[in-house]
Structure formats: C-alpha cells, structure tokens
Design a protein around this ligand. Structure first.
Ligand code: 8YV
Length: 320
C-alpha cells in the first residue's frame, strides 16, 4: 500500500481524498512544522509527500526517501527544493501556480496602499488615544494614483498586480529576465533596465521568485538608486533583499518606507530592527492566505499526488 506523508495538518476533506490513495501519515499541527529528524524518518517509507515551505528538500532528505515518487509543494515558489537532485532521484516535484495568483497580487496591493497611506500607524494612533484633534498634515502619506510603479518580476503575479493598477492612472514600468510583450500591450507596462526601474519609480514591487539571479538583488547599491520617498514592497521571497541594507536605507531616508510579506528568516525574531520602524510594515507571509485559495492549493497538491500514484502525468510539475 502507498504511504502518503503530510507534513502539516490539513482539513479532513483532503485527508479523506488521500486515504483513497493510500495510508496517510499526517503531522497533527497546523502552525508548527514537523521536526526535521522525524521528517527524515517518516519520508523513508513514503511514496508521496505533501510539504510546505518549512521543509527543506535537499540531498540528505532525498537519500532517505527510498520509495518516494512525488513531492507536492504547497506553494508556487520552490526554492526550498533541490529540483536537480530530486530529478536525479526520479522524484517528481509539483507546485501550485495559477490558483494563488490573484489572491497574492491582492495582498501585494493591500500592502502597497497600507504603507502609502500609513494605515498601521494611523490605527495605532487611534488605539493609543493620540487622536485629540485634526491637523492639516496629520498622518498624510503618498498617493498611488498618478505615480510611477515598478514591478520587478513580471510573471503571473506581476501581471495580476499590473492589472490592479489599471484603475489608478499610474505609469507602469517593469523589469524581468525576459520581456513580456503581452504585458506591454495589454497592461501598458514599459520594459526598463533594473537601474532605470529603481531610479524612476515611486513604488517598487518585487514579485520575483528566489533564484541565483534574484538573490540579494535589492542591496545597498539598489536602495541608493531609489527615490528618497520611494516605497518598496516585497511579496516574492525574503532572500531577494539584503535586510541590513534595507534597514540602513530606511534609517538614512534613502527610501521612504517598505512593506514586506516575506523575510529572510521566517518567522521574524521579535527583536528584529525592522519591527521597530514606523515606516516598515511586516506581514507573516500571508500572500496566498484566503480560505478559497488555500483550499485550491491543497486540492492541487492532492490532485498531483493522485495523478502520480495512478501513473499519470501530474498537473503542475516543476522542471529546472
Ligand atoms: C504560500 C508562497 O502561502 O506560493 C508561494 O510561493 O509564498 C505562498 O503562497 C506559502 O508558500 C505556503 O507554503
């Protein structure tokens, strides 16, 4: 009988589907990852494995996975997986593209407006009893409408973000490793170099995946090229940003503010300097977190596992 390892507690409706395919071994915690040692032990017997970003799939893990045919990653990003090694071990890797595009772009947009209009500061101001009177520039922020917005990473989420900008009368610039003529024609997005994007934009939004090309792309040099009141948003991956350089840039008013849904180290440690900065809004990696989208992501993982166990092509296989 096939053994299916699930490294996080998922709703029973999905467990029931997996039980039709084999014996299910599920880690019973929703907010805590399975300890690495236990994971390495459990994966030895598994034919299929459902994982989240908390699991690192490296050579050590793959060597333990003697019977494994598929790893279904509950995320579109798969920088937690050594895909080349997995391919050598004949293990199929799948991710969850498309189903989360709109929800993730929506979170990015929320974050941009939140930082631009200083919503978190404003809410704290009210909660802390500071709202005594009205002032001409009280908590005044920055307009998105009429601004220039730069998208770094014009994949599906980048395009979805650009679609949302259409109602805001913005100039849209983008930088990507390759040009996207569909985005240029349909969304009026203009392809520019990375430096031009940094220099011209009022908002710079990173939606890129983490790769060797994007790692540390937003470093001291990048922040020094941005406008002093520019707002930086990251919904891609934390390691695309040199956080020390970002903190310096915020402290020295090289940029105006930032909104981050992804961090180099997740969860962020409570004494992290970014948490003390008024012009930084930090979220706990909730880009795709709507109930409907999380359901769709889990269902896609289940469908991929089902296909591989039945000897069919998975729906969304990752290739390097
Ligand atoms: C997920 C994400 O919420 O899909 C991704 O790559 O970053 C998010 O949508 C997260 O990865 C959960 O595993």
């Amino acid at each position: 009988m096939d053994k299916i390892l699930v490294t996080r507690k998922i709703p029973n409706k999905f467990v029931q589907q997996l039980k039709q395919l084999g014996e299910v071994q599920m880690w019973d915690e929703e907010f805590e990852p399975m300890p690495r040692e236990q994971f390495l032990k459990e994966i030895e017997e598994a034919t299929a494995c459902f994982i989240t970003l908390s699991e690192q799939i490296d050579e050590e893990c793959l060597e333990h996975a003697k019977h494994l045919k598929i790893i279904a990653n509950m995320a579109v990003g798969y920088d937690n997986i050594d895909v080349d090694s997995a391919t050598k071990h004949d293990i199929v890797i799948t991710n969850t593209p498309n189903v989360l595009t709109e929800t993730t772009a929506e979170l990015g947009f929320t974050l941009m407006l939140t930082v631009a209009r200083r919503i978190i500061e404003a809410e704290h101001y009210v909660q802390e009893g500071n709202w005594k009177s009205w002032g001409p520039y009280l908590l005044s922020g920055k307009d998105v409408h009429g601004s220039t917005v730069g998208i770094y990473g014009m994949g599906e989420i980048g395009k979805s973000f650009a679609r949302r900008l259409q109602g805001f009368n913005t100039e849209i610039l983008y930088h990507n490793r390759s040009r996207h003529e569909d985005a240029e024609q349909q969304l009026n997005a203009q392809y520019v170099s990375f430096d031009e994007l940094l220099g011209r934009c009022d908002f710079v939004v990173c939606t890129a995946p983490l790769t060797s090309e994007t790692a540390d792309k937003f470093n001291a040099s990048a922040f020094s090229k941005m406008k002093n009141d520019a707002i930086f948003i990251n919904i891609g991956r934390g390691a695309i940003v040199d956080e020390e350089a970002l903190i310096e840039a915020l402290e020295h008013h090289q940029i105006g503010g930032c909104g981050l849904d992804v961090l180099r180290e997740e969860p962020i440690r409570l004494n992290h300097p970014l948490l003390k900065m008024k012009n930084a809004v930090i979220l706990p990696h909730i880009g795709s977190a709507s109930v409907v989208t999380r359901d769709r992501m889990i269902q896609l993982c289940v469908d991929n596992i089902k296909a591989v166990i039945h000897g069919e092509q998975p729906l969304t296989q990752v290739h390097n």
